[in-house]
Design a protein around this ligand. Structure first.
Ligand code: NAD
Length: 261
């Protein structure tokens, strides 16, 4: 399926598990890619696979929590690709900490990337799309953690609840410009971030990592954690014209783990 032929997609968090899967899926669907991460020691394999598909890909090291870097991302995208059609607003961080242990520095670290960074990325992308005058698609990576209590990472949960709220407000503000704004809310997805959290949970419960994973999977109706490609499939749909009349929504992709809309 090639729903995104010649569309230009900017993907943040591109070195992570979900970001890499997004890049590959969007490229398979015909998009040209700008891959951004704070740590670009990464994307050689992904870049090679995308190039092998005959799609253009640019990589850029930048920090979504810094406005100057956000401006540089948009300039680089327009400079190399000529325009911006799709933002995958996906970079994120987590710290596994009990409520009483969270410092102001911890709070700022998580919220500056996940919420403030995501907001100013969205704002910058929307300005560029409005200037182009023919709409666009913004997909925010939130989390099921934004919809339920998260006592072991309240700052992370708050940041993702904020992303869901931002998605709805931005959908209203940008709808008249033809810009659709939606969020994908992953449940447990097999990436480095998930491994870090699963390790910490296993340690806390005094059980092995394998037992922790089995416990987690037993709580999922489909019996499996997400692969990053599961998230990428939803993101590609939301970035396509198949979703042209969908905006302001936050879809769980979680095997039915959290049945909260
Ligand atoms: P990951 O740790 O593999 O990838 C996150 C990427 O974001 C990393 O490559 C990291 O370098 C990058 N990043 C971090 N801070 C950045 C910054 N300031 N600027 C630019 N890039 C930065 O984790 P992932 O699971 O692929 O996470 C992708 C998104 O999915 C995140 O927003 C995360 O919160 C969300 N999510 C993940 C899960 C899960 O179970 N893995 C569940 C729900 C939501």
């Amino acid at each position: 399926m090639e729903r995104l032929t010649n569309k230009v997609a900017l993907v943040t968090g591109a070195a992570g598990g979900i970001g890499q899967a997004m890049i590959e899926r969007l490229a398979q669907e015909g998009a040209r890619i700008v891959a951004v991460d704070i740590d670009t020691g990464f994307v050689a394999d992904t870049t090679a696979r995308v190039s092998a598909l005959g799609r253009q890909i640019e990589t850029l090291q930048a920090d979504v929590s810094q406005q100057a870097d956000i401006d540089r991302m948009i300039q680089h995208t327009v400079g190399t690709m000529g325009r911006l059609d799709i933002l995958m607003n996906n970079a994120g961080v987590i710290r596994f900490q009990e409520l009483l242990d969270i410092s102001a520095e911890d709070w700022d670290f998580v919220c500056n990337v996940n919420l403030k960074g995501a907001f100013f990325m969205l704002q910058a992308a929307a300005r560029q799309m409005i200037a182009q005058g023919d709409g666009g698609k913004i997909v925010n990576t939130a989390s099921v953690s934004g919809k339920r209590p998260e006592p072991m990472f309240v700052h992370y949960g708050v940041s993702k609840a904020g992303v869901i709220s931002m998605t709805k407000s931005a959908a209203e503000s940008l709808g008249s410009h033809g810009i659709n704004v939606n969020a994908v809310c992953p449940g447990s997805t097999v990436t480095n971030m998930h491994l870090t959290v699963t390790h910490a949970l296993a340690e806390r419960q005094g059980i092995s990592l394998d037992d922790m994973i089995a416990q987690r999977e037993a709580s999922i109706p489909t019996g499996r954690r997400n692969e990053p490609a599961d998230i990428a499939a939803m993101a590609a749909f939301l970035a396509s014209d198949d979703a042209k009349n969908i905006t302001g929504q936050a879809y769980n992709v979680d095997g039915g783990q959290v049945m909260i809309a």
